[in-house]
Write a protein of this length. Structure first.
Length: 147
């Protein structure tokens, strides 16, 4: 498995949890929605954390970007997504499915566009730069601790 494949698979896993969350809300299973929302938020934030605190700094250093360029844009998009999580949580607590679906659709569009850029451009660049260290990096990604 490559770094790009690993990170892309993680995107798919987060997408699947969001789909399960949407199904729970659609079925008015609010207890399940609370559980799935927490799982979705934690998995997505862990993914962001892996990128922001491990992959992106490594890339920026080796590519000599100075923290500017593609990783800066990705971090800004992570911040946009982070602002939606509390609103989604609130909509679930209020059992407001209309508000939930408006927010989840907006978040899904943001995340899909974001993931597409990462998968097509940034992960390819990271893979090319660190291909010789692929196994070591994959092991680090698998064992990444998120608090």
């Amino acid at each position: 498995m490559t770094i790009k494949e690993y990170m892309t698979q993680n995107h798919k896993e987060c997408d699947e949890i969001l789909a399960q969350l949407e199904n729970a809300v659609e079925n008015n299973n609010w207890n399940k929605a609370i559980e799935l929302n927490e799982k979705f938020k934690n998995e997505t934030l862990k993914h962001f954390d892996i990128e922001e605190n491990y992959l992106f700094p490594m890339f920026d250093e080796k590519a000599s970007t100075g923290g500017c360029g593609p990783t800066q844009v990705m971090k800004m998009e992570h911040e946009q997504a982070r602002t939606v999580f509390p609103k989604i949580e609130e909509s679930i607590k209020e059992k407001d499915s209309d508000r939930f679906f408006g927010l989840s659709e907006s978040l899904m569009i943001l995340i899909q566009q974001h993931n597409s850029k990462e998968e097509q451009m940034l992960y390819t660049m990271i893979q090319n730069l660190f291909n010789d260290e692929n196994e070591t990096i994959i092991e680090a990604l698998k064992n990444y601790e998120f608090n």
